[in-house]
Design a protein around this ligand. Structure first.
Ligand code: SF4
Length: 285
């Protein structure tokens, strides 16, 4: 594992876990945002979510899952009809192919049921570790780290990892967080990426983990302007004294620390990486 300059692996673990607890306060309702009632529905919805939004996928699957209920239904679907239904999610021909092929495999090799093991799930056509971990974590309660675009991006911004490859990121995060937290940690960070820590303009001035983030200052630091950037229910939270939210003095102090410690990767040893550790912060499992 590579850590931010000047931060020991132990300090990284403690800082990351503290960030995770702050995010748990900020997003108490963090969850998988794809609608599903069965492992098969979640598997199909996750395949459809590639290059699409969860909102769009949910609009499509609301009707899709009324029409197709079993793996056999999908495997034996009329291809053109299925393509028409899936079209709004984009890449509909490839997605139709994946859905029909993986469903056929479920029927042939797994009695029509979705397996609850990673090694089996990744043998299904079009199913990689990300999709498998979504299904394991949310349909079967098996802890899994879902390295999607948000979790990968924020993990690097947080200096939890310097890796780009999702499998490498997953491995680094597995070393930081206890297994029982993997699924919820993924949801919380993804929520944060969608509502506060945006790719282009993160709302640093309204961010609850600003004091713990080496990338503070990459986005808007003015608390009032930053609060206006927040999305979803956070837009209302942003104007309130939310848990862990910085006051102006905190913002200025953190900005000063970042300025003093800025380095090419955006990670700064002065972001209280060691000093923020309180006696209530647990060490590595
Ligand atoms: S301080 Fe800024 S870059 Fe860091 S997590 Fe918050 S919004 Fe993202």
């Amino acid at each position: 594992m590579t850590v931010a300059e000047g931060e020991t692996p132990l300090a990284l673990t403690r800082r990351a876990r503290r960030m995770q607890r702050v995010l748990a306060d900020r997003y108490p309702d963090a969850h998988c945002e794809l609608d599903f009632t069965t492992p098969l529905e979640l598997l199909i919805a996750t395949v459809l979510s590639a290059q699409s939004t969860d909102k769009k996928v949910n609009e499509v699957t609301a009707g899709l899952f009324r029409q197709y209920r079993t793996a056999a239904d999908f495997a034996g679907a009329d291809r053109e009809q299925l393509e028409t239904i899936l079209k709004p999610t984009g890449f509909f021909r490839a997605k139709t192919e994946s859905v029909m092929k993986l469903s056929a495999r479920l029927v042939e090799d797994f009695g029509g049921e979705v397996p609850n093991r990673l090694d089996k799930l990744v043998t299904l056509p079009g199913v990689g570790r990300k999709t498998a971990n979504v299904v394991l974590g949310n349909a079967f309660g098996v802890p899994g780290i879902t390295v999607d675009t948000h979790l990968g991006r924020l993990s690097r911004r947080f200096a939890w990892t310097v890796k780009d490859d999702p499998v490498d990121v997953e491995r680094d995060l597995m070393a930081i967080f206890p297994r029982k937290d993997w699924t919820m940690m993924s949801h919380r960070v993804i929520f944060h990426g969608r509502r506060t820590c945006f790719a282009r303009k993160p709302a640093c001035g309204a961010c609850p983990v600003a004091k713990l983030c080496p990338s503070y200052g990459e986005g808007e630091t003015d608390p009032v302007k930053a609060a206006k950037l927040l999305k979803g229910s956070m837009a209302a939270v942003g104007s309130l004294p939310a848990v862990g939210q910085l006051d102006q003095a905190d913002v200025e102090a953190a900005q000063h620390t970042v300025d003093l410690n800025a380095h090419p990767t955006g990670g700064g040893p002065g972001i209280e990486t060691g000093s923020v550790v309180s006696s209530s912060v647990g060490g590595p499992a």
